[in-house]
Design a protein around this ligand. Sequence first.
Ligand SMILES: NC(=O)c1ccc[n+]([C@@H]2O[C@H](COP(=O)([O-])OP(=O)(O)OC[C@H]3O[C@@H](n4cnc5c(N)ncnc54)[C@H](O)[C@@H]3O)[C@@H](O)[C@H]2O)c1
Length: 267
Amino acid sequence: MELEGASAVVSGGASGLGAATVAQLTGRGMHVVVLDRGGSTGVPVPAAHLVRGDVTEPTDVAAAIGLARELGQLRVAVSCAGVGSAQRVASRGSGGVVLAGEGDAFRRVIDINLMGTFHLVSQAAAAIAADHDAALAAGGVPDDGVSSVGAIVTTASIAAFEGQVGQAAYAASKAAVVALTFTAARDLAPLRIRVNGIAPGLMATPLVETIRDDVMDGLVDNIVHPRRAGRPEEFAALAMHLIDNEYLNGETVRLDAGSRLPFAPPR
Ligand SMILES: NC(=O)c1ccc[n+]([C@@H]2O[C@H](COP(=O)([O-])OP(=O)(O)OC[C@H]3O[C@@H](n4cnc5c(N)ncnc54)[C@H](O)[C@@H]3O)[C@@H](O)[C@H]2O)c1
């Protein structure tokens, strides 16, 4: 699939794993639009290609995709926007047993991580297919009738498979992203769009910078080899492979140096 001169949308591309992926896509000659609710520090795209918005708002997703289509034929979407959670479903506090509220915090994580991914996947797929149809109608592109016309990458987490204490909302949202990824690959087969995902382990991004050193040491202890957090460039390299490799579809690949999350004893 020719990426040079085509366009891409990356949600959450202003930071961490998304920003590293933006750099790779730009390096391949793509026009990249970033959809992010955060600031633009360090984003390797022109400010004009940064759409400030929220992935939970379908109109914000549409604005980013619309801008990308103005810049070139849309072929790629990468969903990186996501947030963590830290709340047990119920726990024993100093004043007795406490519930996790009425689910508002849980719902917010599902909204961003799952619904945000859904909006991007669904809208990007429709736009990729429409742009391909338009290019064909204009007679400008060769088409063998079999090759992919676009590729989408989602971001899950190893928490999808193993859970983690205090991360019920996060793990549930990411498990749903894995299910969405495989199902979307099936749904989008008639449009010749592949959908794959990445399930990272511990990655060195701003998302994990707030973790205390002693907790971080414990997390690194779960890693088989190499014993360090993953680098954003390693995520981006895998994202590019998922986009480039025509025979990868419906798969969510663990990127975790063999990590397995242990059960933390109750406190
Ligand atoms: N860092 C890790 O260890 C790790 C591990 C597993 C999975 N992940 C997943 O990787 C993805 C990227 O994480 P990261 O580590 O790069 O985090 P990050 O915080 O560095 O970047 C996430 C970006 O998403 C944006 N974002 C968050 N909510 C948004 C919303 N509602 N609308 C638009 N933008 C929004 C943020 O502004 C930020 O720029 C997330 O989905 C995260 O769950 C990260």
